[in-house]
Ligand binder design. Structure first.
Ligand code: NDP
Ligand code: PMR
Length: 398
C-alpha cells in the first residue's frame, strides 16, 4: 500500500512540465498600505500627532520563563505588567501557513499583525473569512519578486510609525512543473528570488527596526523545511537540495551568463525551491552569528510539518494535489493541518519558552516542540557566510 502510493506520487511528480513566465506580479497596482477601517482612523489620528505610533496596550503576563535572549526588558522581568500589543510582520499572510499564523496571533488580542502580501484584495478577503478581528491586523503591499517593492514596503511600514517587534519571513513560491525558469523584476530565478533574496533584503533592512523596538522578546523567524535537509527521508526525494560551489548565485541566477540555479546546473523548479529553503535556514544561522549577542534578537527557523493542503502546491499537477494529502496523512504521518501549523509558528513568534536563538524548531508526534538537527549543508557556516556575501551584492547591500 505504502509502496503503491509512493510510486503513484512519484509518477505524479515526474509529469510533463509546463512553462511559466513571470508568475508573481499579481495586483502590483495595489501599492501602499491598507488599514482595516477601525485601525485606520486610530492610526491616522495618532500619526497626525506624532511619527511614532503607540500600539494599544493589553495586560499580559510578562515572560518569566528562563530565556537565552539577553535583551529582556526590565518590565518583563518584574512579573505582571501592562505591555503594549506586539507588532509582527508576516509575509505571505494571504493563505496557508501565513494566514493561519496571523489568525492564531490575532485571536490572542496581544498582537497587531501586519499582513505583508502581494495580493491586497486576497489578503483582505482571507483575513475576513478567517474571522480575524479588524482591529488586530493591517494589510500592507509587498511583492517579494521586486526589490523596489521590498524597499517600498519598508518605507510604508516606517511611515506608519509602528514599532517592529517580530518579523516572520514566510512567503514562498514552488514551481515543480516549470520547464523554464521565470524571473523576478531584477532578473533572479523566481523561487530563490522570492523565497530567499527578497526576504534577505527585507530582513537585513528591518533589522534596524527590530533593534529599536523596546519589546521584551524581539524575533526574526525564517520559515525553513524538511525537504531542504538531506539528513531526512523527505530531503532525499529527488531532486535533492544542493547549493554546490554557489557559482550560479555568484553569476546572478539570471540564466544569461550562466545558470538560473544556485549550483550552476540545469534549471529544475523543485530543486530551486529546496535550494531556497537551504538559503533560508543558512541565513537564519548567519543572522544569529552576526547579530544575536549584540542585539538580543532571537533568530529562528522551523519546519512546521507537512501542510499538504496549502496553495504551495497550486502549480503541481492535479494527480499530485489529489494524492499528496492522504499520502502525508496515512503513510508518512507527517501531515499537519493549516490551523495546527499556524499555532506552531505562532508559538515561535510569541511563546516565552521558545526564545533560544539560532534554533531550527520542529514538532514531534505529540505536537511538542524540539530543537531539530539541520543537514550538513544547511548548517555549513562557511557556506552561510558566502551565501550572505553574494546575496548582499545581488540585492544592492554591498
Ligand atoms: P501558500 O502558497 O499557501 O502561501 C504562500 C504565501 O506566499 C502566499 O500568501 C503567497 O501569496 C505568498 N507569496 C508568494 N509569492 C509572493 C511574492 N512574490 N510576494 C509576496 N508574497 C508572495 O504556501 P504555504 O503556506 O504552504 O507556505 C508558507 C511557508 O511554509 C513557505 O515558506 C513554505 O516554504 C513553508 N513550508 C510549507 C510546507 C507545506 O507543507 N506546505 C512545509 C514546510 C515549509 P498569494 O496568496 O498572493 O499567492
Ligand atoms: Mg515528501 C517522512 C517522510 C516524508 C515527509 C515528512 C515529507 C514531507 N515527505 C516524505 C516522504 C516522501 N515524500 C516520499 C517517501 C516520497 C516519494 C514518494 C515523497 C515525495 C514527495 C514529493 C513528490 N514529497 C514532496 C513532494 C513534493 O513535491 C513536495 C516538495 O518537495 O515540495 C518542495 C513534498 C513534500 N514532502 C514533505 C513536505 C513537507 C513536502 C512539501 C515541501 C516543502 O514545503 O518543503
Amino acid at each position: 500500500m505504502a509502496l503503491q502510493a509512493s510510486s503513484l506520487l512519484s509518477s505524479a511528480f515526474v509529469s510533463p512540465k509546463e512553462g511559466k513566465v513571470n508568475a508573481g506580479f499579481k495586483d502590483s497596482a495595489f501599492l501602499g498600505v491598507s488599514f482595516s477601517e477601525s485601525v485606520k482612523s486610530d492610526f491616522n489620528s495618532t500619526l497626525l500627532r506624532s511619527k511614532r505610533v503607540s500600539v494599544p496596550s493589553v495586560i499580559i503576563r510578562a515572560q518569566t520563563t528562563a530565556t537565552d535572549a539577553p535583551a529582556v526588558s526590565r518590565a518583563a522581568q518584574e512579573g505582571k505588567k501592562t505591555l503594549r500589543k506586539g507588532v509582527v510582520v508576516v509575509t505571505g499572510a494571504s493563505s496557508g501557513l501565513g494566514l493561519a499564523t496571523a489568525k492564531a496571533l490575532a485571536e490572542t488580542g496581544k498582537w497587531q499583525i501586519i499582513m505583508a502580501c502581494r495580493d491586497f484584495l486576497k489578503a483582505e478577503k482571507a483575513a475576513k473569512s478567517a474571522g480575524m478581528p479588524k482591529e488586530n491586523y493591517t494589510i500592507m503591499h509587498l511583492d517579494l519578486a521586486s526589490l523596489d517593492s521590498v524597499r517600498q514596503f519598508i518605507a510604508n511600514f516606517r511611515s506608519s510609525g509602528m514599532p517592529l517587534d517580530v518579523l516572520v519571513c514566510n512567503a514562498a513560491v514552488y514551481q515543480p512543473t516549470a520547464s523554464q525558469p521565470s524571473y523576478t523584476a531584477e532578473g533572479f530565478e523566481m523561487s530563490v528570488g522570492v523565497n530567499h533574496l527578497g526576504h534577505f533584503l527585507l530582513a537585513r533592512e528591518l533589522l534596524d527596526d527590530l533593534k529599536k523596538s523596546d519589546y521584551p522578546s524581539k524575533r526574526l523567524i525564517i520559515v525553513g523545511s524538511i525537504t531542504g535537509n538531506t539528513n531526512t527521508l523527505a530531503g532525499n526525494v529527488p531532486p535533492k537540495a544542493n547549493l554546490g560551489d554557489l557559482r550560479g548565485l555568484a553569476g546572478g541566477l539570471s540564466g544569461m551568463n550562466g545558470s538560473a540555479m544556485i549550483d550552476g546546473g540545469e534549471f529544475d523548479g523543485a530543486k530551486a525551491y529546496k535550494d531556497s529553503k537551504v538559503c533560508n535556514m543558512l541565513m537564519m544561522q548567519e543572522f544569529h552569528r552576526r547579530f544575536h549577542e549584540e542585539t538580543g534578537i532571537t533568530f529562528a527557523s522551523l519546519y512546521p510539518g507537512c501542510i499538504a493542503t496549502t496553495g504551495l502546491f497550486r502549480e503541481h499537477i492535479p494527480l499530485f494535489r489529489l494524492l499528496f494529502p492522504p499520502f502525508q496523512k496515512y503513510i508518512t504521518k507527517g501531515f499537519v493541518s493549516e490551523d495546527d501549523a499556524g499555532r506552531r509558528l505562532a508559538q515561535v513568534v510569541s511563546d516565552p519558552s521558545l526564545t533560544k536563538s539560532g534554533v531550527y524548531w520542529s514538532w514531534n508526534k505529540n505536537s511538542a516542540s524540539f530543537e531539530n538537527q539541520l543537514s550538513q549543508e544547511a548548517s555549513d557556516a562557511e557556506k552561510a557566510k558566502r551565501v550572505w556575501e553574494l546575496s548582499e551584492k545581488l540585492v544592492g547591500l554591498a
